[in-house]
Design a protein around this ligand. Structure first.
Ligand code: GDP
Ligand code: MG
Length: 394
């Protein structure tokens, strides 16, 4: 896609995660610099990544930069966020389709609270593969780097990833970006990309299922209408076909007037593509994050469902006190958030942190909800509940 001469490569979504100042943005820029030298990417400078425009959706502002590059094997869309809170918001609201994450750990400092929090959230949102980049090898001594490797492997195991076998690459993003010290600079980026190619599995996306795309954001285009942006979850869509916009208690029928992938018009898009769908005649305000674009009649909305929930302990980023019935907080799905009411079954007084249980959940407004869908409920800065929908209710 990026280079028109390149054959179509399998697509993977990745992101850099980790503690502030450990070098996520430097690494992102360095990857594009090293791959540009091989004709596989366009270099994006540190400043251009860090100054990503903010996306505003349903009252949440998320800063995220999407960078694309090719390896020999895959086409990658890579997300980097400037701040910790952007990661939290992005991970629980937007990047559930991250196929893998690169956790960046400063080799002079080791794992830090945000490293833990990002790994925990990655697990919760179903990120399959974690690749470790131990950074700042130009400043850290050998012994320290070994300790940091042990520490991060332990942490991965603690959160249910395969820490013993996770690929760990040691290097210096800054050296790679500046073209100095090739051993730990450029070559570490090559080893990283190699590990990504080897370990990240492009998801088997369901191309034959009815078209469905959650809307992440909407942008108005003067004189044309509104472009709804998202990643196609399943199916295919041809330009000018009939579609339905569904969610927030609304169902609107229209057509896809144009389809764009990385700002280029396409006649057809399919599962896995990051797409802008032009909705002619629609105002931006009519299109909300959390709505879906779907093949007409293929999706339904619900504002009540049953779920299996897990109440997180304080040390997992949750709370110390149990949840009781009629708990009201904000639920986060993959692209939306919505106030909800959590009811416990008759006879169940409470669910303690560290315990699971059943719950009946009501949303303030109906949304597209499907059995098997995962969600998170947050209270202030804590993720108090993680859960999965077991049954939708009419
Ligand atoms: P982020 O907050 O994780 O995105 O971290 P940044 O990429 O903004 O990097 C934070 C600071 O660490 C910046 O001053 C970088 O120049 C510096 N830095 C990043 N990578 C390296 C490295 O490999 N070696 C050294 N010495 N400094 C680095
Ligand atoms: Mg950064």
């Amino acid at each position: 896609r990026l280079l028109s001469t390149q054959p179509e490569l399998p697509h993977c979504n990745v992101g850099t995660i980790g503690h502030i100042d450990h070098g996520k943005t430097t690494l992102t820029a360095a990857i594009t610099r090293v791959l540009e030298a091989q004709g596989l990417a366009k270099f994006i400078s540190f400043d251009n990544i860090d100054r990503a425009p903010e996306e505003r959706a349903r009252g949440i502002t998320i800063n995220a930069c999407h960078v694309e590059y090719n390896s020999e094997k895959h086409h990658y869309a890579h997300t980097d966020c400037p701040g910790h809170i952007d990661y939290i918001k992005n991970m629980i609201t937007g990047t559930s389709q991250m196929d893998g994450a690169i956790v960046v750990v400063d080799g002079t400092e080791g794992t830090m609270p945000q490293t833990r929090e990002h790994l925990l959230l990655s697990k919760q949102i179903g990120v399959k593969t974690i690749i470790v980049f131990i950074n700042k090898a130009d400043k850290a001594d050998e012994e320290m780097l070994e300790l940091v490797e042990l520490e991060i492997r332990d942490l991965l195991n603690e959160f249910g990833f395969d820490g013993d076998n996770a690929p760990v690459i040691c290097g210096s993003a800054l050296s790679a970006l500046n073209g100095t010290n090739p051993e730990i600079g450029e070559q570490s980026i090559m080893r990283l990309v190699e590990a990504m190619d080897k370990n990240l599995v492009p998801p088997q996306r369901d191309i034959d299922a009815p078209f469905c795309m959650p809307i992440e954001t909407a942008v108005s285009v003067a004189g044309r209408g509104t472009v709804a942006v998202g990643t196609v979850r399943q199916g295919k869509l041809k330009k000018n076909s009939a579609i339905q916009l569904i969610g927030h208690g609304r169902t609107l029928n229209t057509t896809a007037s144009d389809l764009q992938v990385f700002r280029k018009s396409q006649s057809e898009v399919q599962a896995g593509d990051n797409v802008g769908v032009l909705l002619r005649g629609f105002k931006k305000e009519q299109i909300e994050r959390g709505m879906f674009i779907a093949a007409p009649g293929s999706l339904t909305e619900h504002n009540a469902f049953n779920a299996q929930i897990y109440v997180q302990r304080r040390d997992e980023g949750g709370r110390t006190k149990p949840i009781t019935s009629n708990y009201i907080q904000v639920m986060f799905g993959d692209t939306w958030n919505m106030p909800c009411l959590v009811k416990l079954p008759d006879g169940v007084q409470m669910i303690m942190p560290g315990d699971t249980g059943q719950a009946n959940i009501l949303l303030r407004k109906p949304l597209v909800i499907q059995a098997g869908q995962r969600f998170i409920i947050r209270e202030d800065k804590a993720t108090t509940i993680t859960g999965i929908v077991t049954e939708t209710l009419p």
